[in-house]
Design a protein around this ligand. Structure first.
Ligand SMILES: Nc1ncnc2c1ncn2[C@@H]1O[C@H](COP(=O)(O)OP(=O)(O)OP(=O)(O)O)[C@@H](O)[C@H]1O
Length: 589
């Protein structure tokens, strides 16, 4: 049976995957394990097995103190890290209010988690600003991987990203500001401190229900992503190896204003809930003798006072992730903003004792910050029209260098998340920086359409890799002969005549036609988009166009905020073969 019959990317309706393939079912979990440095593979496999065994949700205890839960986020407690990984060698049982590095940092809320770490919003008491803190599992393999990650992060965090032009491309890579060790009950943990970002691009894809996000945003993301990769490859000699929507985060604009807004709204919600609870209680106990209520209240409060705490805290370990809302991706952001900007703030009744205690000044300050947020997120230095464009501007940064490596030191050949994996990696050929460009093109297609470019599946007579290669050929044509010759795994997929062993019928469908026929782009748009993507999808890693050159593509000419930005030192469509480590590991000097 030909793979085209089972080719979900082509035969499914645009939003079908959204229903059948929620994030956590994506292969990212698997591929995290697949992409990890070899020394981590075993540990991650164990983790995956644990993760996949359907842990009892009761163990996924609710995380916040009962009176501090806040839900201005996309938090879903079932999707948090496993309680079983809180053990010696595992995650640190972090909690709100915990201090780090001699009291310098204090945890505020959890932003997210990964297989290596939990990530928290923290207040830096020295700068009095907020930071993101990644607290890595304490096992030796995670610690070693984290120390490698820190070296790579230090390299890309050196803000010398001009690359001969006036534009600082390094700003599109998450920067590390500090790192230290923290000892807790589960061991010694490496902690990394970053600037605070918002949600990842998968949140944006989901916001648009997997139907594709507006081209205006895709262009901004694509141009910034290419600038960041160009900086990483040419200036730093670093290969990310895991470019995908989950690893590209959006900026939140004015972090301090957003944190304040989120905190105030959380407080409002809590107060409102308390008020409603009290109101319900009064409504269902109308005839209770007031004296007895008073006495029972006073006895309760006495016992609480005696126990020295306002309210008994639930013993909790896992905290729900609450990424800060990014203006573009989050409906919560608009909801919050409209509340903060003076439209019907959801306050409890004025007579209530639990009325919100926001001083007029404080509220005004946050509201002002929010109005200026829209202006401050606009970095349109090049446009003639300097008026703020509200939320039209989006800023992204490449994050998670946990699987990254050096152009002259590859840690493993098992790189890239399945859907973004390049042909040279599947075939077992030499690879280099150009593998990131392949993944970037897959990501950009996904932003435009909401569907994976390649979504291989296994059938009864062929493997995922067979199907993946077949899909690549169907879209882009036959693989170069020298790749079949040099690929360590080529013989598994191809016979001596260069024909696929396990898949006989192929249905060729060029990218331009896919965009026009399936995704309903006009012929002209389909032509332009395909002209932009195809050089990054060249099958030979050596011939693949480099990120910097593709920044100069006409499709990106009118990118909001980066209109007319060109990298003079790079030529459009040229291969990056001159960049050290472009298509193979360079021997270390
Ligand atoms: N600087 C940041 N600002 C805000 N949130 C962040 C930041 N860094 C990470 N996060 C959040 O924490 C999550 C985990 O981060 P990251 O992917 O770096 O961790 P990891 O343990 O290496 O995970 P992975 O399994 O993906 O390798 C991210 O998906 C994101 O939601």
């Amino acid at each position: 049976m030909g793979s085209s019959i089972n080719y979900p990317g082509f035969i499914s309706k645009p939003n079908q995957r959204a229903i059948s393939s929620p994030t956590f079912q994506r292969e990212s979990v698997n591929t995290k394990q697949g992409t990890a440095k070899s020394k981590l593979s075993l540990a991650l496999q164990i983790h995956k097995d644990e993760k996949d065994d359907g842990m009892d949700p009761i163990h996924k205890e609710e995380v916040q103190d009962a009176d501090t839960d806040s839900d201005y986020s996309s938090c879903d407690e079932k999707n948090e890290e496993s309680l079983r990984d809180y053990k010696p060698g595992g995650y640190h049982p972090a909690f709100r209010g915990e201090t780090y590095n001699g009291g310098r940092y204090m945890l505020v809320r959890k932003l997210g988690w990964g297989h290596f770490s939990t990530v928290w919003l923290a207040r830096d008491t020295v700068s009095n600003a907020h930071v993101a803190m990644k607290i890595v599992r304490s096992d030796k393999v995670y610690t070693e991987a984290a120390l490698d990650e820190i070296k790579l992060l230090r390299r890309v965090s050196t803000r010398d990203g001009s690359l001969g032009g006036y534009y600082d491309s390094s700003k599109h890579i998450l920067s590390l500001s500090d790192s230290f060790e923290h000892t807790g009950p589960n061991g010694k943990h490496v902690v990394m401190v970053f600037e605070v970002l918002g949600e990842n691009l998968l949140a944006l894809i989901k916001k648009y229900e997997h139907r594709g996000i507006p081209v205006m945003y895709v262009k901004q993301i694509a141009k910034q992503l290419l600038l960041g990769l160009d900086y990483m490859h040419r200036k730093c000699g670093v290969i990310h190896t895991d470019i995908k929507p989950e690893n590209v985060l959006m900026e939140v604009g004015d972090v301090e204003a957003i944190v304040k807004m989120v905190e105030l709204l959380d407080k409002q919600k809590r107060d409102q809930r308390k008020f409603q609870k009290r109101a319900t209680k009064t409504a269902i106990e109308p005839s209770v003798n007031i004296a007895s209520v008073n006495s029972s209240r006073s006895s309760t409060s006495t016992s609480l006072e005696r126990s020295g705490t306002r309210r008994v805290r639930r013993h909790t370990l896992i905290t729900g992730s609450q990424p800060l809302p990014s203006p573009i991706s989050s409906t919560n952001f608009f909801e919050m903003k409209s509340q903060m900007m003076g439209q019907s703030l959801p306050r409890p009744m004025p007579s209530s004792k639990s009325n919100i205690n926001i001083s007029g000044g404080e509220e005004e300050q946050v509201t002002n910050s929010l109005s200026s947020l829209e202006i401050s997120t606009c970095t349109d230095e090049h446009a003639e029209d300097a008026t703020p464009r509200n939320l039209d501007v989006i800023q992204i940064k490449i994050a998670d260098l946990g699987n990254a490596c050096w152009y002259d030191e590859h840690y493993t050949n098992s790189i890239q998340t399945r859907e973004y994996r390049s042909p040279e990696v599947i075939l077992g050929c030499e690879w280099g920086c150009s593998a990131d460009v392949w993944s970037a093109a897959c990501l950009i297609f996904e932003l435009l359409t909401g569907d994976f470019l390649f979504e291989p599946d296994e059938g009864h007579s062929y493997t995922k890799d067979d199907d993946h290669i077949a899909q690549i050929i169907e879209l882009l044509g036959e693989l170069p002969y020298n790749m079949l010759e040099t690929g360590r795994h080529s013989r598994t997929f191809f016979n001596s005549k260069g024909m696929l062993r396990n898949i006989s019928k192929l249905k060729f469908w060029p990218l331009k036609d896919v965009l026009h026929e399936k995704y309903k782009f006009s012929e002209e748009d389909a032509e332009n988009i395909s002209d932009f993507l195809l050089p990054m999808l060249r099958l030979s890693p050596q011939d693949r166009a480099d990120a910097g050159g593709m920044v100069n593509h006409p499709w990106l000419e009118d990118t909001v905020g980066l209109e007319g930005l060109k990298l003079d030192s790079r030529s459009l469509y040229d291969s990056g073969a001159g960049i050290p480590g472009w298509f193979q590991e360079v021997p270390r000097k």
